[in-house]
Design a protein around this ligand. Structure first.
Ligand code: AVJ
Length: 326
C-alpha cells in the first residue's frame, strides 16, 4: 500500500501590496501587521481624530514648535525653502505654518506632498489652494517607505520635511536605511527637517496611546476592518482588544491587538485560514521615542549633518534640521 502524500499547501498569489503584507504578517510567528496598513480612508480619518485628542500631545506640541520657530527654521534652511517636499504628508495641516513662512521669503514656492492615502492628499491640495494660493501643490501618491523613487525638484535646493514622528514607526536599522535612501536621492546642500517624539515619563507616553474616548483602539482595530473590506476576511474587530505598552529596553510604544477568544478567521483572497489562540496578539505598530542625541546619531548614520534643533518648553518633541552632505 502506498500512502498518498498530501499536496503542499500553496497560498494564492498575493496580488496587491496589502495582500502580500497581510499574508506575510499573519503567517509569521508572532503575528504582526505593518502600520502602513492603518491608512485606508477610514484609518486616515481616525488618525486625524487622534491628533485632536487631549492625550495625544504629539501633533499639538510639534505644531507649537513650528508656529514659534517656523521663521528660524526656514532662515536656517536658506534658499532651499522654495522647493518643499514632504514624506507622509497626510492632510499636511501642520505644514501650513512652514509654507506660510516660505511664501514670505520666496516669490514662488512649490510643495510636493507624498503620501499613501489619496483622500488625505486631496484634502491637503484643496485646503492649500484655498488658504495659501501662492503655493503650487503637486501631490505624489506613493509609499515612500517601500520605494522612494526619484524625488522631484532636483536642480534647485530642496527642503524635505519628515515630521510628525513618522520615522518612529521604523526599527533602528530600517530607519537608518530609509534616511540613507533619502540621502541617495538628494544633493549636497539639500535639507531634511525631521520631527520626532522624545522619551518622557511613561504615564504621559502611555496615555497618548490609550485615550479615554477609545479612538486609538478604533484606529488599531480598523486594520482588521480593512482586511475584511479588501480581502474578504471575516474578522469581528470587537473580538480583539487594543493594547498599548511601553517597551523601555527598545524605547518604544508598541500597539497590539489581542484576541479575546480562540478563533479561526478566513481570508478568501489569500485562500488562507488564520487561527488565534485566546490571548494571542498581533503586533500592529512600534512608535519609537528619541533623545536629541539619538536623533542626531540617526541623522549622521543616514548621511546628514545635524545643524540645529528646536523643542517645546517641556522638551516633549523635537524638530531637527540637517544638511545632506557628500
Ligand atoms: C503617525 C506614526 C506618528 O506613532 O504616534 C497614533 C501613529 N499610532 N496613535 C504615532 C499613531 C497610534 C503615530 N505616527
Amino acid at each position: 500500500m502506498t500512502a498518498v502524500s498530501p499536496l503542499p499547501y500553496i497560498p494564492a498569489p498575493a496580488a496587491t501590496p496589502v495582500a502580500a503584507e497581510v499574508l506575510r504578517g499573519l503567517t509569521a510567528r508572532p503575528k504582526r501587521l505593518s502600520p502602513w496598513l492603518f491608512y485606508d480612508e477610514r484609518g486616515s480619518a481616525l488618525f486625524e481624530s487622534i491628533t485632536q485628542l487631549p492625550e495625544y500631545y504629539l501633533t499639538r506640541t510639534e505644531r507649537e514648535i513650528l508656529a514659534q520657530y517656523g521663521g528660524a527654521i526656514l532662515e536656517a534652511a536658506g534658499d532651499s525653502a522654495a522647493t518643499i517636499l514632504e514624506l507622509g504628508a497626510g492632510t499636511a495641516a501642520k505644514t501650513d505654518l512652514l509654507l506660510a513662512e516660505a511664501i514670505r521669503r520666496h516669490s514662488a514656492v512649490t510643495y510636493f506632498p507624498m503620501d499613501i492615502a489619496p483622500s488625505a492628499l486631496d484634502q491637503a491640495r484643496e485646503r492649500i489652494a484655498r488658504e495659501l494660493p501662492q503655493v503650487t501643490v503637486q501631490p505624489i501618491l506613493s509609499d515612500y517607505t517601500r520605494k522612494l523613487g526619484t524625488l522631484p525638484g532636483s536642480g534647485s535646493r530642496r527642503l524635505v520635511l519628515y515630521i510628525g514622528s513618522s520615522i518612529g514607526n521604523f526599527e533602528p536599522q530600517p530607519a537608518a536605511g530609509l534616511l540613507r535612501r533619502l540621502h541617495g536621492q538628494l544633493a549636497p546642500g539639500d535639507w531634511l527637517l525631521l520631527g520626532v517624539d522624545y522619551v518622557k515619563d511613561r504615564t504621559t507616553l502611555l496615555r497618548a496611546y490609550n485615550d479615554g474616548a477609545g479612538v486609538t483602539a478604533d484606529f488599531n482595530r480598523n486594520v482588521l476592518a480593512r482586511i475584511n473590506a479588501e480581502l474578504g476576511a471575516n474578522f469581528r474587530p470587537r473580538l480583539f482588544r487594543h493594547r498599548a505598552l511601553w517597551n523601555d529596553r527598545e524605547s518604544r510604544i508598541e500597539m497590539h491587538l489581542e484576541s479575546l477568544v480562540a478563533q479561526e478567521i478566513s481570508i478568501p483572497a489569500l485562500d488562507l485560514t488564520v487561527r488565534f489562540r485566546r490571548g494571542e496578539s498581533v503586533h500592529t505598530e512600534n512608535s519609537y521615542k528619541f533623545t536629541p542625541d539619538s536623533v542626531n546619531a540617526l541623522l549622521k548614520g543616514g548621511g546628514f549633518a545635524p545643524r540645529a534643533n528646536w523643542t517645546d518648553a517641556r522638551s516633549w518633541f523635537g524638530v531637527h534640521l540637517a544638511e545632506a552632505v557628500a
